[in-house]
Design a protein around this ligand. Structure first.
Ligand SMILES: Cc1cc2nc3c(=O)[nH]c(=O)nc-3n(C[C@H](O)[C@H](O)[C@H](O)COP(=O)(O)OP(=O)(O)OC[C@H]3O[C@@H](n4cnc5c(N)ncnc54)[C@H](O)[C@@H]3O)c2cc1C
Length: 320
């Protein structure tokens, strides 16, 4: 199974969302254990006790490592103003430079000082050997893939699917109500300007056997142009294949004809976004949903949660 739009792992703490997706597809257990290559060595991610001990050539216990990292952290930073300050406050310069600095520049095309601190919300370090990337109660892969799962969701007598058919905003009047999952600025014909996105290029590599040994290998050095390599056969270990498909992933600025992947948030606020949000709130008969309609990074479970809540709210308001 190959994930055409980049690797997708379903993970959630939301029991209702987990039940929802399980109605449409059985999930196979899958735990994401990411690795990172930096300066010619391989480490475990997210940064955990194994990473720290390998990186500093030590055998520290959890408490020793906590004290050691606290000594390196920049305690003079009380209220971090950006991503870099947040990282330095939490982990100090060595781990920041090895795992965050170059990677962040490649991923966002910006200096970490220009990225909001909120991107790195919590302490990005674990003082134990837990390398389960997503600390969520439910985690798995749809046994027959996402395409088949979405087909099952859409297989309902009230749903008509029209492929390769773009809804033009001017046609909205033809419908009782529209839930717009397309780009927020596209709905308004970009009248205030274009919201900024990063897009991804995927370079497909075919090999035989097991080429990488794991599903996801991040490349955190700035000199390496790709951000990560994913080997998709490891996402579905219940399938057996002699050959293997990998993708090198490159991040760059999104041009008008590219697929928008990640919204770019700025430390100095976004007046353009606010203009579109105001226009959206004033629009009647349209609800803006999903990652593009709300210009937010949303995981799949968050998107489904938001869709279920939006519908419940809409039904409540339109109950007659
Ligand atoms: C590289 C990458 C990796 C990710 N990995 C994970 C992961 O591991 N786990 C996870 O939970 N999430 C992951 N995500 C997030 C996940 O992709 C999103 O949660 C999900 O795509 C959001 O669904 P959506 O319906 O909002 O948007 P989309 O899936 O983008 O759907 C929007 C749809 O609207 C259609 N559309 C747009 N304009 C129009 C129009 N005018 N008329 C008709 N149709 C239109 C588009 O064609 C598209 O089909 C990842 C995202 C990326 C970019």
């Amino acid at each position: 199974m190959v994930h055409a739009y980049g690797p997708h792992i379903f993970h959630t703490n939301d029991d209702e969302v987990w039940e929802y997706v399980n109605q449409f597809m059985s999930f196979k257990p899958y735990v994401n254990r990411v690795k990172a290559t930096t300066k010619g060595k391989v480490f475990s991610l997210p940064i955990n006790l194994l990473t720290i001990n390998q990186f500093f050539g030590s055998t520290m216990s959890p408490n020793e490592a906590r004290e050691f990292i606290e000594e390196r952290a920049d305690t003079s930073i009380k209220e971090p103003q950006n991503f870099e300050e947040q990282a330095l406050k939490f982990i100090g310069p060595e781990l920041y430079e090895a795992f965050f600095l170059g990677y962040t520049r490649k991923q966002w095309g910006k200096e970490p000082t220009e990225i909001p601190a909120s991107i790195l919300k919590r302490l990005p370090v674990r003082f134990n050997y837990d390398d389960n990337y997503f600390a969520h109660r439910h985690q798995g892969m749809p046994e027959h893939g996402y395409t088949s799962m979405v087909e099952n969701i859409l297989n309902h007598p009230n749903i008509e699917v029209k492929l390769n058919t773009k809804l033009d905003p001017s046609d909205v009047e033809d419908y009782d109500h529209v839930f717009w999952s397309g780009p927020l600025d596209a709905y308004f014909k970009h009248k205030f300007g274009r919201l900024q996105y990063r897009t991804l290029d995927f370079e497909r590599i075919e090999k035989s056997g097991d080429a990488q040994g794991c599903a996801v290998m991040n490349y955190t050095d700035e000199e390496v142009p790709w951000t990560r390599i994913t080997e998709h056969k490891h996402f579905s270990p219940w399938e057996a294949h002699d050959k293997t498909v990998l993708f090198r992933e490159y991040s760059r600025s999104c041009e008008p004809d590219d697929i928008p992947y990640y919204p770019i948030h700025r430390t100095d606020g976004d007046t353009l976004l606010e203009q579109y949000q105001e226009a959206a709130a004033a629009e009647e008969g349209v609800t803006f949903i999903g990652r593009l309609g709300t210009y937010r990074y949303m995981d799949m479970d968050v998107t489904i949660r938001a869709a279920l809540d939006t519908l419940a709210e809409w039904r409540g308001a339109h109950a007659s």
